[in-house]
Design a protein around this ligand. Structure first.
Ligand SMILES: Cc1cc2nc3c(=O)[nH]c(=O)nc-3n(C[C@H](O)[C@H](O)[C@H](O)COP(=O)(O)OP(=O)(O)OC[C@H]3O[C@@H](n4cnc5c(N)ncnc54)[C@H](O)[C@@H]3O)c2cc1C
Length: 568
């Protein structure tokens, strides 16, 4: 039988693996993607837990609207359709307050809704409201769609690309102090109404770097800016986005093999030359050769400790890889089929279907809710003793209001409902911690939902599905700890520090082995950012030569320290 040779072999057909395959095949290369599961997409998954009802066990919102990938891969030609939501978010407190905070397409709604409950709208968000979409896109591209600078480049924090853009547009607001602050510090100084502070802190926690981490103000806020800039989700659910990427790759000749778990990345003389599939892989050839490079789109620990093997690098590197922290970012996910949408405190006038918030964060009575949950997830690393409301703030999503493909008429699907929790591997009561108390958590969360939205009780609830972080890990071996950003996004694991200095530019100690997974900068979310950033490195290494459709990040610093673009 002939041996299989491709220019590039990609291990893992999740969001990042399929996207880099689409990029490489657009450059004219032969590419083979090997995916362990029967279906590609990884965390970009929808399931029909009940026929006709589409739920989101992991990813839910499109955050990546500012991605160059939409244009460069021409995803609209391959079926990508976005549903824009008139209202993105709302909040509800236990003491009877509920507000519809609208979104990019409903200016003024938040102010009106807040004034109706006696709250004078004021806050840090106003600073960013002065920025138009073009400036926000520029800021987001500087944060997410720019490869980290070479780790030995001597760059002041204020000169990092994202602060350069901030200064360009908000020079009057900028001070060096901002570069050291956390988002929580910033909210304390700029947002007077406490529930709004708690709402903003939770919103950031669900979308980006944890808001209490010092020096990560813009990165925390960046998650919520991504979310509000995108203002919606792919029609049909997040998996349809995966399909448009897969189709873009297939159209340019990528070969995708599912049921094809890779058991080994073959290294010869310090160089990655191909992969060996597990014996039970559904493919006759068990060895597939990569003439140019192997790209690992699975997590960093699995890549080096399992697939490459410790014999190919030094013990210090192996130790640093196994020390990478996967702390934080795990979400307990509920999905609820119901007949009526939640009516928060019966305030229907602020929640009509034409501007119903696509997610409501509740309860957000005080920052104590936020602090208690941060303590549970990061300090105590276990489930709270008592499942009281301050430990159970939820983000309740209702995509079907704007996307009728999600469920049959006459029903709604609240999916997902997210609750922050520690990753199972860090749970001091053992990895089964939250799973053991699944029924209890689910019951407490639903009871609380019934308190803030009294119609969410009894016959209105048709069926409930649960996906714990451990379940996420069982579904998808790459999603260690059900963690949505793989490795925490604090200053120690951001840009040139992520996940380790020597891996931060997507290169590895093994020649011709590159990384393309959410463990790398800028982390989680289906942004097409890791593959876009990796392309810069592959171009510099002389492995690919894209056509005129390609444009690099203007802030990209090459290995010699020069920046091609005109960042001001
Ligand atoms: C609860 C939750 C909520 C989230 N919400 C959002 C959201 O709203 N919006 C958003 O954009 N993102 C969200 N995310 C994050 C998003 O899902 C991830 O960032 C993204 O899926 C990571 O993509 P990836 O390609 O790096 O990894 P993965 O999606 O994990 O893909 C890795 C792939 O590699 C495969 N694999 C593993 N080992 C092997 C092997 N040995 N051989 C072959 N294949 C292998 C896996 O099966 C998997 O398909 C969420 C994640 C979670 C857990």
């Amino acid at each position: 039988m002939e041996e299989e040779h491709f220019d590039f072999v990609v291990v893992g057909g999740g969001h990042n693996g399929t996207t880099i395959a689409a990029y490489l095949s657009r450059c004219g290369h032969s590419v083979c993607v090997l995916e362990a599961r029967p279906e590609c997409g990884g965390g970009q998954e929808n399931t029909e837990a009940r026929p006709g009802f589409r739920i989101d066990p992991h990813a839910t919102y499109l955050y990546g609207a500012a991605a160059p990938g939409f244009e460069q891969l021409e995803l609209w030609r391959y079926g990508f359709r976005q549903v824009y939501y008139p209202s993105m978010a709302g909040l509800a407190t236990l003491d009877g307050k509920a507000a519809n905070l609208g979104g990019r397409f409903t200016p003024g709604l938040a102010e009106e809704s807040l004034r109706a409950i006696g709250v004078e709208p004021a806050g840090g968000g106003e600073i960013f409201q002065t920025l138009g979409p073009a400036a926000i896109k520029e800021l987001l591209r500087a944060l997410f769609w720019t490869p980290p600078h070479p780790p030995d480049a001597d760059v002041e924090p204020g000169d990092q690309p994202w602060w350069q853009v901030f200064r360009k547009h908000l020079g009057g607001v900028y001070s060096d102090r901002l570069t050291e602050m956390s988002y929580v510090d910033f909210l304390d100084e700029t947002v007077p109404w406490e529930p709004m502070r708690a709402f903003a802190a939770f919103g950031a926690w669900y979308c980006g770097a944890h808001p209490a981490w010092d020096g990560m103000l813009l990165q925390s806020l960046g998650g919520t800016l991504l979310y509000s800039y995108s203002s919606g989700s792919p029609r049909g659910g997040i998996h349809t986005y995966a399909h448009s990427i897969i189709r873009a790759a297939l159209a340019k000749g990528t070969r995708i093999l599912t049921n094809a778990p890779v058991g080994e990345i073959i290294v010869r003389n310090g160089r990655a030359v191909g992969v060996r599939l597990d014996d039970d892989a559904a493919f006759p050839e068990k060895t597939i050769w990569a003439d140019k490079a192997v790209i690992s789109a699975v997590d960093v620990q699995r890549t080096f400790l399992d697939l490459v093997g410790r014999q190919h690098f030094d013990a210090g590197f192996a130790q640093r890889v196994s020390d990478i922290s996967l702390k934080g970012g795990s979400l307990y996910v509920l999905s609820v089929i119901c007949r009526e949408l939640p009516r928060y405190h019966g305030r229907e006038e602020w929640f009509p279907e034409e501007v119903y918030p696509s997610c409501v964060i509740t309860p957000v009575d005080s920052m104590e809710n936020f602090n208690a949950q941060t303590r549970d997830a990061y300090s105590f690393k276990r489930m709270p003793d008592k499942l009281t409301p301050e430990h159970l703030t939820m983000m309740v999503c209702t995509h079907d209001v704007y996307d009728p493909t999600r469920c049959p008429e006459g029903y709604h699907v609240l999916s997902p409902i997210y609750l922050e929790c520690p990753p199972p591997e860090y749970d001091v009561t053992g990895p089964e911690g939250w799973n053991r108390r699944k029924d209890e958590v689910t019951k407490a969360a639903l009871t609380l939902l019934g308190e803030v939205a009294p119609n969410m009780r009894g016959a209105n609830i048709v069926e409930v599905f649960v996906n714990t972080p451990l379940d996420s890990e069982f579904r998808n071996a790459g999603m260690t700890g059900g963690n949505w950003y793989a490795a925490r996004q604090d200053a120690d694991q951001w840009a040139s520090n992520r996940p380790l200095e020597e891996l931060s530019r997507y290169r590895t100690p093994i020649e011709n082995l590159y990384m393309c997974h959410q463990t790398m900068h800028p982390g989680g979310l289906c942004l097409m950012a890791v593959p876009y950033n990796l392309m810069h490195i592959l171009i510099d290494d002389g492995l690919v030569e894209p056509g005129s459709w390609w444009y690099p990040s203007p802030w990209y610093m090459n290995d010699r320290g020069s920046v091609a673009g005109a960042a001001s």
